[in-house]
Design a protein around this ligand. Structure first.
Ligand SMILES: *Cc1c(COP(=O)(O)O)cnc(C)c1O
Length: 401
């Protein structure tokens, strides 16, 4: 018997649930790609992408997933033989570094302690030792989607400054943008890399880079530059140059709608909503972990992401759980990636998400745990509900005061 008939619930860390209004915004014919509405839509998106990243830096929109935006950031700033320092905290920064290595960049990895975020002091020490400034770029993710580590982007900038090091600071916010505070300008980020399909609630297919003046200056001498990704070509001022060819018309319609929704809610409100819903997920995982094999991957509660939670399953078969939840319950959980394959599952909690969606996902996960015979502590759903009630109760009191 299966209980999966009904709307399947996607609780993977990207793509996230696409709002109905965003899907509907795509349901119309193509338009002229050279003038009229497409120009206005492109310009308004470029303006609002600045707001979303809290920057005056120029955004670039690629018809690409996050990997494409990674490649754009690298090719526009680096030359063969340059060194990039990759700050590891899971899987994703490593992947970005592997891409750089294949292009001929020398890649050095600074490892974090197991299940911990990047240590800013270690970054400072490594950069101080690079007296000749061979390191041209520092690469880090704000949230690692495999480990669910959240890195302190402002603290890492402070470490780079304390070392007096001129390397470009490049930050991947693909799994955190729209979900968690990010201040490109205030935090001194030189290149921000994003994608549409996670916190930005848009179907997959758009990647973004924001490049500040230092990054645009690096672009003038980067010998890895190629035409499709090229920031200079794309800054040429003609509409078609924004996309180096045909605009992704329907994805732009979708993104326009998603940005309208995000900005109507308010960026801070969206960050606060993610924090509250993540609190509910953590309350449930904490309760489950009190008995049996389950545990948070991230050891320090302050380093847990507000957009995804990686749950270690010890000797229990996480893959069987995941398959059961999808087949029998209509809940799609994220699979364990890299070193976590088979021995973890991930709950995505990013984007267009409210309390019933999160509580439903937690309830269905608990059904799966019980049905699959995975031992777990009691009271997870009580704890999740109490967490949200406390959060909203406190907000209500603040409003009344
Ligand atoms: C999802 C993700 C990527 C890769 O994005 P794709 O669209 O799958 O290419 C890169 N970095 C982070 C942090 C991600 O979460």
């Amino acid at each position: 018997m299966s209980l999966a008939q009904g709307r399947e619930f996607l609780a993977i860390p990207g793509p996230s649930v696409t709002p109905d209004a965003v899907l509907q915004a795509m349901n119309r014919p193509s338009i002229n790609i050279y003038e009229g509405e497409i120009v206005e839509t492109t310009q308004s998106i470029l303006r609002d992408l600045r707001s979303v990243a809290r920057t005056t830096a120029r955004p670039f929109i690629y018809i690409a997933n996050g990997h494409g935006a990674w490649e754009a950031a690298l090719t526009n700033t680096l030359s063969r033989g340059d060194t990039a320092l990759v700050l590891e905290s899971g899987r994703f920064a490593l992947g970005w570094g592997e891409m750089a290595a294949q292009m001929g960049v020398k890649v050095e990895v600074l490892h974090a302690a197991p299940r911990r975020a990047v240590d800013p002091d270690a970054v400072e020490a490594r950069l101080r030792a690079d007296a000749g400034h061979a390191i041209k770029a520092v690469l880090v993710v704000q949230v690692d989607t495999a480990s669910s580590i959240h890195n302190d982007i402002a603290a890492i900038r402070a470490a780079i400054d304390a070392a007096g090091h001129p390397a470009l600071y490049m930050v991947d916010v693909i799994a955190s943008q729209g979900c968690t505070a990010f201040e490109m300008d205030a935090w001194g980020v030189d290149v921000t890399v994003g994608g549409a399909q996670k916190g930005l609630m848009t179907p997959p297919g758009l990647g973004f880079c924001w490049a500040n003046d230092r990054a645009l200056a690096a672009c003038r001498t980067a010998d890895l530059r190629t035409q499709y990704w090229d920031w200079q070509f794309r800054s040429g001022g003609e509409q078609y140059q924004n996309f180096c060819g045909t605009a992704p018309i329907h994805l732009l319609f979708a993104l326009r709608k998603a940005l309208d929704m995000l900005l109507a809610e308010g960026l801070e409100a969206a960050w606060a909503r993610h924090a509250a819903l993540a609190g509910a997920v953590r309350a449930a995982v904490g309760a489950w972990s009190a008995d049996g094999p389950l545990d948070f991957n991230v050891l320090d509660p302050r380093e847990r992401a507000n957009s995804v939670t990686t749950v270690l399953s010890g000797d229990a078969d996480a893959e069987a759980l995941r398959q059961f939840c999808q087949r029998e319950l209509g809940l799609v959980l994220g699979l364990g990636l890299g070193q976590f394959a088979g021995r973890s599952f991930r709950i995505g909690h990013m984007g267009w998400l409210n309390a019933p969606m999160v509580l439903g996902a937690l309830g269905a996960t608990q059904v799966g745990l019980s049905a699959c015979g995975i031992r777990h502590g009691a009271g997870a759903l009580e704890a999740a509900a109490a967490q949200l009630a406390a959060h909203l109760g406190a907000a209500r009191k603040r409003q009344a005061a």
